[in-house]
Design a binder for this molecule. Structure first.
Ligand code: PEP
Ligand code: MN
Length: 263
């Protein structure tokens, strides 16, 4: 169902009027984690002013260590819904467990499946039964074939609104957190009709490289970007090193527009 052999025209996924896979290249921005109402709404307001189309923020955080901050759960989802009310930005947030699909559905406009859950087939099947778009991230050691096959778990249940997202692979290189597989964009476009976006933040692991990777993504034809932004990255509860400040985000949006008018 994900293949060009089945459907040759590109799929356009519509999330509350934000279109992925069309002419425009939407930018989703926001903090790694929802930390408080103030932090989330402040971030939502400035990313909107800078031209972002949607807000991101994690309420369920899939952390490497069980002792690290795990997210505010439903309280975080309520904050995201409030930020949407204030700014009008649709909200995407990660769901890590099939038992939380109904809860996340109540508050979010789009589900995110994180890299670590690409093979959580029970989760993918549950999301396939819903009618909200799913941003499906590639795992850190997932081949493109496995990535597309994972999307089938959602598509075959009836939900056709899948957006793929490349976020970097684990390789021998340690200078960046992950190695961005930029070739995934043209390869996936050749094989599939689904939109493919780029997460430069989790690939880079460092704010300094987020801009150049974003520019490469837009230039190569990615259908969207998801970027971590924090009002005060040094104080962020997760992923501060790769988060842009408001000023850095505004500057980046300006330079992306000079590469592609569609951003
Ligand atoms: C995230 O988006 O905050 C996240 C945890 O990303 P990934 O699943 O790509 O590591
Ligand atoms: Mn993060």
């Amino acid at each position: 169902l994900s293949s060009r052999e089945v459907k040759n025209e590109p799929t356009i996924v519509d999330c509350c009027g934000v279109l992925f896979g069309g002419e425009h290249i939407p930018v989703i921005a926001g903090p790694c984690s929802v930390e408080s109402e103030e932090q989330t709404i402040k971030t939502a307001e400035f990313v909107k002013a800078a031209g972002a189309s949607m807000l991101r923020g994690g309420a369920f955080k899939p952390r490497t260590s069980p002792y690290a901050f795990q997210g505010l759960a439903e309280e975080g989802l309520k904050i995201l819904a409030k930020a949407r009310e204030v700014t009008g930005l649709p909200v995407v947030t990660e769901v890590t467990n099939p038992k939380y699909v109904d809860m996340v559905y109540k508050y979010a406009d789009m589900f995110q499946v994180g890299a670590r859950n690409i093979q959580n087939f029970a989760l993918l099947t549950e999301l396939g039964k819903t009618d909200k778009p799913v941003l499906l991230k590639r795992g850190m050691s997932t081949t493109i074939e496995e990535f597309l096959t994972a999307s089938e778990y959602i598509l075959c249940e009836g939900n056709k609104n899948v957006i793929l997202c490349e976020r970097g692979l684990r390789t021998f290189e340690t200078a960046t957190r992950n190695t961005l597989d930029i070739s995934a964009v043209p390869v996936i476009k050749a094989k599939s009709h689904l939109p493919i976006m780029i997460d430069p933040s989790h690939a880079a692991g460092h704010w300094q490289y987020v801009g150049p990777l974003s520019k490469a993504a837009v230039a190569i034809g990615a259908d969207g970007l998801i970027i971590e932004v924090h009002p005060n990255p040094e104080k962020a509860w997760s992923d501060g090193a790769q988060s842009l400040t408001p000023t850095q985000f505004i500057e980046l949006m300006g330079s992306l527009r000079s590469i592609a008018l569609a951003v």
